[in-house]
Design a binder for this molecule. Structure first.
Ligand SMILES: [Zn+2]
Length: 128
């Protein structure tokens, strides 16, 4: 009876240790997924530029007629629109993006910024 209880406790202990290990692995993976990858600049549904999140830059994204601009700022692994001459300024007020799949949309300029991690890009390369 006592032996069996001891055995159960060991199993429970192992499960708790495994749960903690998996939790830590996920925590580390989450941290790594932020700040790596690229910001894709999509205009009218076409990818026109790509910038790595790892490099701090500020770049003005002009449309083809050079009448509409969005100022893209990448800093500390996240990207945001810090200025634009669109009427609604929703893109400027949008919060910074850093994780895979996050995006900022500027409807008046038909512009989308979205984050793609390296992992996602590898998958795209295989399928298409
Ligand atoms: Zn906008």
């Amino acid at each position: 009876m006592f032996q069996k209880l001891k055995g159960d406790l060991i199993i429970v202990g192992i499960i708790i240790v495994l749960a903690v290990v998996f939790f830590l692995i996920n925590l580390i993976r989450d941290r790594q997924s932020s700040g790596e990858g690229n910001v894709l600049v999509v205009r009218d549904g076409r990818v026109v530029e790509s910038y790595p999140l790892s490099e701090d830059i500020t770049v003005t994204l002009w449309d083809e007629e050079r009448t509409h601009y969005n100022l893209l700022m990448i800093k500390d692994g996240s990207a945001e629109i810090s200025d634009a001459n669109c009427p609604d300024k929703i893109c400027v007020r949008s919060r910074a993006i850093a994780r895979d799949g996050e995006s900022i949309i500027c409807l008046p300029h038909r512009l989308v910024l979205s984050v793609h991690s390296e992992r996602e890009r590898d998958m795209d390369a295989v399928t298409g």
